[in-house]
Design a protein around this ligand. Structure first.
Ligand code: G4P
Length: 195
């Protein structure tokens, strides 16, 4: 997605060979115009898949998901990473390992909002090791919902998440795939190679 590539090139800061900082439009400050374009692109890619709901994870998955949900005319459910005062009954939970932080977190959604009648599009901001996406797929599975695919804003193609998910037969649509962050520069995979 050209607009996203340009934004990453212009405003992304390469913190190391593994980490890209995109706080100015995705992870802290949010660019609503770009989020709208991202929502339109997810909507275009999944328009024939009879999606009933978007499933994402707090916090940075919410903005692109809400835009996609608005354009597709469907609700958005976000998995919580922390216990909620009001969300206590009928929870569906999964464990998410963080390689970066060496921790295991429990993520949860209410069984009221993801059911066996749903066909889900899972959306997240980054795909690195794939653990968050696997946790969301686990929740979908426990709820008996089907999953049409996973939509990712930025995939780090040099980390194993994309390969892991695709090898399990999951359709992954990433709007930008970065193959390298060496020499302080993001190198994008060409569109034709992303499938
Ligand atoms: P995984 O889900 O693919 O296995 O990711 P991993 O454990 O490696 O990453 C944990 C967190 O770090 C996730 O956000 C993920 O989105 C984020 N992350 C991974 N690589 C990068 C990167 O290069 N740049 C940025 N900016 N973030 C990255 P989180 O902690 O759940 O944060 P948030 O959604 O609350 O913002």
């Amino acid at each position: 997605m050209k607009q996203l590539h340009e934004k990453i090139s212009l405003e992304g800061r390469v913190l190391s060979e593994e980490v890209l900082k995109v706080d100015s439009f995705l992870n802290h400050q949010i660019d609503p115009g770009l989020m709208q374009a991202i929502g339109e692109e997810f909507s275009r890619r999944f328009k024939n898949d009879r999606i009933t709901k978007i499933l994402t994870i707090e916090s940075s998955g919410i903005a692109p998901s809400v835009m996609a949900g608005l354009i597709m005319g469907i609700p958005v459910v976000f998995a919580r990473k922390r216990a909620s005062l009001t969300l206590t009954e009928g929870l569906i939970s999964a464990e998410v390992k963080s390689f970066t932080k060496q921790t295991v977190n429990t993520i949860s959604v209410s069984g009221d909002y993801i059911t066996a009648d749903d066909r889900l599009l899972i959306i997240d901001d980054f795909l690195a090791n794939g653990q968050a996406a696997l946790g969301l797929l686990d929740i979908a599975d426990q709820a008996g919902a089907s999953v049409a695919g996973v939509g990712i804003v930025i995939e780090k193609g040099f980390q194993p998440g994309g390969r892991l998910l695709r090898s399990q037969g999951v359709r992954v649509e990433s709007l930008a795939i970065i193959d390298s962050l060496a020499d302080g520069k993001a190198v994008f995979r060409e569109e034709a190679e992303t499938r």
